[in-house]
Design a protein around this ligand. Structure first.
Ligand code: SF4
Ligand code: SF4
Length: 166
């Protein structure tokens, strides 16, 4: 298993064409069978990776924050909702979209989340390999292949299981 972030980024570059082929291969595969395989691989691989010494998603993703997330985070930080939005959030002009206004995330310190119990739903769900519908999320999942060791290793294991030789 590869967990070094630089190595993963390098291998991701090398594997660009192979991953495009693999994505096409997965699209044509039975989606329930892929989900079952991904769940198994995810359960095998995730416990072997220490997110608290990685934090790469928190250094590179734009995090959506909905009203419930904002209420939970501002409560956790004991500040008003107005202060929270002003300091940490960028909203679309219609107010329908709200994202954390800094990448890396404001709340990342020494590769750890300082608001872990109150973190946004999107952070709790990432990298999402426990959710059904893997083949409907190929674009987003492969986008993170070169930065998330869990995704990288699950996909490499999936290739070993499924990819036709050559
Ligand atoms: S809130 Fe926490 S888990 Fe979410 S991106 Fe920020 S540091 Fe990472
Ligand atoms: S989810 Fe992936 S990118 Fe984020 S900390 Fe864990 S291994 Fe690293």
């Amino acid at each position: 298993m590869i967990t070094n972030l630089h190595t993963i980024a390098e291998v991701a570059e090398i594997n660009t064409a192979e991953n495009l082929r693999f994505k096409e291969f997965l699209k044509a595969y039975d989606s329930d069978k892929i989900d079952a395989l991904v769940f198994t691989l995810n359960e095998l691989i995730t416990p072997q990776i220490d997110c608290t010494s990685c934090g790469n998603c928190c250094r590179s993703l734009m995090i959506n924050v909905d009203a419930d997330d904002a209420a939970r985070l501002s409560g956790h930080m004991k500040i008003s909702s107005e202060s929270f939005y002003k300091k940490y959030i960028e909203q679309s002009s219609q107010g329908t979209l709200a994202v954390m206004n800094a990448i890396p995330c404001h709340f990342l310190s020494d590769s750890k989340c300082t608001v872990y119990e109150a973190r946004p739903k999107e952070c709790r769900e990432f990298p999402g390999l426990h959710q059904p519908g893997f083949t409907g999320r190929l674009f987003a999942t492969f986008m993170h292949y070169g930065r998330c060791p869990i995704i990288f290793n699950v996909i490499e294991a999936l290739k070993t299981e499924l990819m036709p030789a050559g």
